[in-house]
Design a protein around this ligand. Sequence first.
Ligand code: R5P
Length: 289
Amino acid sequence: MKVVAGSASPALGRRIAEVLGVDFLKPEISYFPDGELRVQIPEFQDELAVVVQTTYPNDKIIEMFLLQDALREMGVKKIISVVPYFGYSRQDKIFNAGEAISARAMAKHIELESDAFIGIDLHADSILSWFSVPTLHKHATGPISDWLRDRKVDMVISPDKGGFKRAKYVAEATGAEFDYLEKTRLSGTEVIIKPKSLDADGRRIAIVDDIISTGGTIARAAEQLRTQGAEKIYAVCTHGLFIGKAMENMKKVDEFASTDTIESENSRITVAGVFAEAIKEMETKILKS
Ligand code: R5P
């Protein structure tokens, strides 16, 4: 087995290979004059390839397909597709007539050249139902809890009810209390969070979410906690998109971090160990079949 990472996930791919103790291959990625991508993978003789590629932004999706195709061309028998951040996952149903179920379209195309799929903190479990190959859905709560444990937090908050389970798990793992806020989304960039009285005075509080996109959710939650006297506020998420005014919004907290599902200067937590475990589990499963 070897790990091949696309240009969206080079650091995570290398870390996964290190944890697994297998070779890491970095393909050559270049562009033709018309903007089309070209990938080239160094010599590959193994039967099993693990392709690690976040499918965001759009170019990285094409790169994923080209990497899978190149590996098949080189005779690779089994491909495990590891997608650290699954782009288009938030459009997982029809909101307005005539729309695509984008998450389904992505799943169908990723699986065309995959023998297995592994994701982490996917927007919805239903995404797995669109794959016919074996799948694993893992969570970043372990590495996130480790990061927060060092910061000695007293309370873990989910900014919405949907993330309640995640906050509860992290709170239990760090020995903190947990709670959730009630968020209403007004638009792609605006949210309101209903005031809620919390025992925040003088305490160290972590806001834990699956995604930080514009950072609006974190900013509104932090404002409330600050008003209620929180001593320190941390924000941590699995997938850190940090778009638009996100960096300005992050100034509302004392410290923040995301995992390396989306690589940036903010991705200070690695999920390599989680993926390495999942790959070992999947390897046993698909080599038997
Ligand atoms: C929404 O359901 C997600 O859990 C996040 O809370 C959301 O994507 C964050 O978006 P933003 O950072 O733009 O507020």
